[in-house]
Structures are given as C-alpha cells and as structure tokens.
Design a protein around this ligand. Structure first.
Ligand code: GRF
Length: 202
C-alpha cells in the first residue's frame, strides 16, 4: 500500500512537483492524493490539474475567524485520509485544530538551516546576516513557528554576489531533493519522535 500524501502550497509549486514526479515510481512508496492551497492563483493548483490530482482552495478571507479557517482546512485535508501532510511552501500558519489532527505527521520545509532564520524571510535574513553557508530544513510542525522537531537538513553555500532571488533558487534545487528523499524514506521506513529527535526507520 502506498502512503497517501496531501500537499499544501501557496506558491510556484516546484517542491510539490518534485513529489509528484517521485510518486510516478511505484517503489517510491507514496502518492499525492490531493493538493490544497490558500489562494486560487497558487501554482500548486495548476500543477495538480496537470497531473490529474484533486485540488482544493481554502481561503482565509472566506471564514469569519482564523480558527474557522483552520477547521475548514483540517476538514478538507481529512477528506483525503492522508498518512502524511506536506506543507510545501504553504505561507500560512496552521492552528490547533489542524495540529490536533495532523500533529506528528505533518512536514514543513524551510529555506534556511533552522533554528537560524525562521519566518517568512529566511533567505533574506540569512543573506543580510552575512552567513557563508545556509541551506534548507525539513521538520515536523508543532505549535511554534518553524521550531518543530527537525527531520533532515542540507547545506547550500552562499556566494559573494548572491541576491535573495538567486540564493533562493539555489536553495530550492537542494530543498526539492531533500524533501523528496525525506518523504520517501519516511513513508517506506516509518519514523519516531523522541522529544526533539526524529528518527527515520524501525
Ligand atoms: C520554498 O523554498 C519553501 O521552503 C518556501 O517557499 C518556497 C516554495 O517553493 N517557504 P515552491 O512553491 O515549492 O516552488
């Protein structure tokens, strides 16, 4: 049985695409059963359409409160019975209803080496700090902002003349491979969490 992935993303969707492409190999161990977004123009939705994957949009503006939105997002994901939810460039923080349902089995990806440079501008902040090496982090979400247990990380060198866009694109090449490989290992081998430590495998 292949694991069921629901992928949420607000942006271009290249991380989603890496997962869709990996899932074409039955040996990868997973399939993307649905894609969700918080805005109708998200590139993730177009990529889902091209791949024939069901997609949904849950817009914050359509709900009277953040919690109502969170409940609606949780319901939309639950409808696809995911084994793992992947936030792949999903630019909204999820709340308690979502965490109650998917805590421990919801991955996020961040374009910096956490715990350095959390938040929406990780690439910009790393560049402004003058680091020589940055990277990406795949982690399990919790109630914190970008501070959940770390599953995998990879390094990316910073060049002297990098700007935010150039550096982010270089990070994303590494990030896509890291996310693809980490999700694949998790669904094939299982995982456990002991405090802050995540172990993939039996
Ligand atoms: C990724 O770098 C992700 O970590 C960040 O936004 C980017 C999304 O890229 N939050 P894409 O939409 O998957 O191409």
């Amino acid at each position: 049985m292949r694991a069921r992935l629901v992928v949420l993303g607000s942006g271009e969707g290249t991380n989603l695409q890496a997962l869709i492409d990996a899932c074409r190999d039955p040996g990868y161990g997973a399939r993307v059963v649905a894609v969700g977004a918080d805005r109708p123009a998200a590139g993730t939705l177009a990529r889902a359409g091209q791949a024939g994957i069901p997609a949904f949009t849950v817009r914050l503006a359509d709900y009277p409160s953040r919690e109502d939105w969170d409940v609606a997002l949780t319901r939309a994901c639950t409808a696809y019975a995911p084994d793992l939810v992947v936030l792949a460039g999903f630019m909204k923080l999820v709340g308690k209803p979502f965490l109650d349902r998917f805590g421990g089995r919801c991955l996020n990806t961040h374009p910096a080496l956490l715990p350095s440079f959390p938040g929406a501008h990780g690439v910009r902040d790393a560049l402004a700090h003058g680091v020589k090496v940055t990277g990406c982090t795949v982690f399990l979400i919790d109630e914190s902002v970008d501070a959940g247990p770390i599953v995998a990380q990879a390094c990316v060198p910073v060049a002297d003349d990098d700007d935010e866009a150039v550096l982010h694109e270089r990070i994303k090449v590494t990030e896509r491979a890291l996310l693809r490989d980490t999700v694949g290992r998790m669904v094939r081998e299982g995982w456990s969490v002991h405090g802050r430590k995540v172990r993939i495998g039996p």
